[in-house]
Structures are given as C-alpha cells and as structure tokens.
Design a protein around this ligand. Structure first.
Ligand SMILES: Cc1ncc(COP(=O)(O)O)c(C=O)c1O
Length: 389
C-alpha cells in the first residue's frame, strides 16, 4: 500500500523548497491557521492584523481564540495590504500580521517583514508574520516560492483553490521552536469521521460525473444551500458565515482520501497555472487597450492568477448577463470578511477605516482563469464595456 501522506508531503516540500517535517496537514486551510495562531500563543487581549478584504474564516480563526482581528485597508493595485494603513494598525497588542496573496498575487513581503521586525524591536517581543497563501500555491515572489517568506504560511486545497482535495489545507513552519509548539497543539486534532470521509468521496463523484456546463449553476446553488444548512461538507458551515462560534469538531486532521487527491492535483498544477497566467495576460491586454482597470504585470513577477479581478458598475446585471453567456464569475471578495451573513460589527470590522476595500467590495467580480476559451470571455467583455470601470 503506497504511503500517500509521505508522497504528498514530499511533493509539497519539493515545490516549496522546504523540509518535509516543516509541513503539517489539516482538514481545511482555516484549521491550519487556527493551529498556527495557537502555537504562537495567541489569546484574549492580543491583536492580529489582517486585511479588510478576506475570507470570513480568517477573522474567525482569530476570534475563536478570544483575540481581536484588526483590519488594515488594501492597496487598489495589489488587492493586498496598503502599507500605510498596515503601519497605522500596529499597536502594543499586535502579535501577528497575516499577509494574504489575494488571487495568487503576493506583494511587499520584504516591507511587511521589516514592519514586523520594527514592531518586535519596539515592543521587546516577537511579532510574528503568517503568509495566507491559500490563493498562491505554485507561484513565486522575488524568486522564492509563495509561502516561504514569513515565519509560517498556510494553504488551502478547497474546491476553488490552486489545486483541490475537496476540502483540505496545510501549513509550513520554518522556525524549529514554533514547530515544536505546533506539534504539541496538534495532539488535540480529531480524526475525520466516517461520515465526513464518505461525504467527501460523494462530492468527488458529483464533481467528476454530474457537474457539467448545463448543471453547473443549479448544482452550485444547491451546494451552497445544503452547506449553509450543514447538510454537506461545504467549504463553510452555516455557523461560520453567520457568527463567531467555533463549530464542533473544527480542529480536525486531514484524511488519506485527501492525500491521494492532493498528489493528483499537484501533478497537474504546473499546466493549470500556466493556463491561468496565459488567460490573465489576455485579460490584462484587453483591459489595458480599452483604458479599464487591469492588474499591472509590473507589480507581480510570477503569480498564478487563481482568479482575475474586474471592477464593474451595476454588478447584478453584469452577473446575470455573464451567467446567460455561460461565463462563471467569482465573488472574491464582495465583503471585507466574505461571505458574512451577519452585520460586519460581529467580526469587529470598522468599514469607515477601509475606504478602498469597501469600494472594491462593491465593484469586484472575478474572471475565470482556467477557461479553455478566453476569447469567449473577451467577447463578453467587449459587449459590456460600459459596465467595466
Ligand atoms: C484568503 C483566504 N484565506 C483562507 C481561506 C480558508 O481556506 P479553507 O477554505 O481551506 O479553510 C480562504 C478560503 O476561501 C481564503 O479565500
């Protein structure tokens, strides 16, 4: 019987140019983040700085520990931290800065490391950095693989991520002391139950054999409804998007089913990433030519464009038309903590301190980058130029 976990760990370590014992597996990416924060000793009274343009589960991992997420605004050209806003959010309570590589685009990591180092010197204790690399596996920043800059990084292998194991995640920790602490924390991990493993296999089956161009939208709607009702293994359960209580059985390990899937996904990743980058270049050229907002290639040397952000007016109509044209638009991130189904105060978001993020949340859609026929998307954009900002 092949040892899938060992093989998978080896393949990840090779991509990230790290040691195998630096990789730790979890049921989901958010669980990896939660484990890391616990290993860093985060608790009540501590602050963790994150960007106000993220997934709600990032804020939840902080809140589950009784700590406070503090949101910095984003830079409109990178969709990541605005450095001035980030500096303004550092306080004597800051323990961690989480740098996200939104859509696979890392930015200013050296500067953020320097901000953390300055804060560590000022407060006489360590301010950690974590790379939220859930969008960026397989790309690189200034010649180093994404996910290898900060003290630690975490990754997601959920459906919509660079490669998928259905749900899944892992983290990478370079610091030996932190690794030891995480190993102790991981003693509390629960094993995935039979029901969860069976549901995951069922989801693989549905994805492979039942979801096609005709069934995609009805299936997506059904899947979202079922996961909100906690009736399937969704990426987020109902409680996670409507409140800040940690769901039962949250701190869970990864299963053998996922290791096997992960190996397959990794093998195909270079080809998929090459397609994503090619498509992103097509969109960029089109938007640049028409004087619209585009992602500037000069800012990003080798990034995977898991999605391509597009800013539009009258988003509802634009979406409806895209759905009719069979173009699948993504929703990252239509809220500072997406997809929050309760008032933002629940997650301690101060919207007025996030002017750029709030504007973009109201305008953004994501173009698909795994498209075999990008010309279809470009034709659609051409016919909707008046919507595009
Ligand atoms: C920016 C960001 N961070 C973290 C996560 C969490 O990953 P997972 O779904 O594997 O818990 C997501 C998920 O979509 C995300 O978009």
């Amino acid at each position: 019987m092949p040892d899938y976990e060992k093989e998978y760990r080896g393949a990840i370590a090779e991509t990230l140019r790290c040691r195998e014992d630096e990789v730790f597996f979890y049921w989901k990416g958010r669980v990896a983040l939660y484990g890391l924060l616990r290993a860093m000793g985060i608790g009540p009274g501590d602050e963790v700085v994150i960007q106000g343009y993220t997934c709600v589960v990032v804020a939840n991992a902080v809140l589950y520990l009784g700590a406070t997420p503090v949101y910095a605004d984003i830079d409109p050209s990178t969709y990541n931290f605005d450095l001035v806003s980030l500096r303004g959010k550092i306080s004597s309570r800051t323990k961690v800065i989480i740098c996200q590589n939104t859509y696979g685009l890392s930015s200013h990591l050296e500067e953020i490391e320097a901000i953390a180092a300055e804060a560590s010197a000022r407060f006489g204790r360590r301010v950690f950095t974590i790379e939220d690399c859930t969008h960026g596996f397989g790309g690189s920043y200034h010649g180093k693989p994404n996910g290898t800059f900060c003290d630690a990084s975490f990754f997601s292998t959920q459906w919509s991520k660079p490669y998928t194991t259905g749900v899944g995640g892992f983290c990478v920790v370079h610091d030996p002391e932190l690794r030891e602490k995480l190993t102790l924390v991981n003693r509390g991990l629960a094993a995935p139950g039979l029901k969860e493993k069976a549901e995951l296999k069922m989801m693989y089956f549905i994805r492979q054999y039942i979801v096609n161009d005709f069934t995609y939208w009805p299936m997506i709607r059904l899947y979202r409804w079922l996961s909100r009702k906690n009736l399937v293994v969704g990426s987020s359960s109902g409680g996670e998007v409507s409140g800040i209580e940690m769901p039962e059985g949250f701190f869970k390990a990864q299963s053998a089913v996922q290791f096997k899937k992960g190996l397959k996904g990794l093998a195909k990743l270079p080809e998929v990433n090459a397609l994503r980058k090619r498509n992103a270049a097509v969109y960029t050229a089109f938007l640049r030519e028409h004087g619209k907002t585009f992602v500037s290639p000069e800012l990003f040397d080798d990034h995977i464009f898991i999605k391509y952000p597009l800013l539009v007016r009258d988003r509802e109509k634009f979406r409806e038309d895209a759905e009719r044209a069979k173009i699948t638009l993504g929703e990252w991130f239509e809220a500072p903590v997406y997809p929050a189904y309760a008032p933002l105060e629940v997650w301690k978001v101060e919207a007025r301190e996030l002017p750029c993020a709030m504007r973009i949340c109201g305008q953004v859609v994501n173009l698909p980058t795994e498209e075999k026929h990008p010309e279809k998307v470009v034709r659609f954009l051409e016919s909707h130029l008046e919507f595009i900002l």
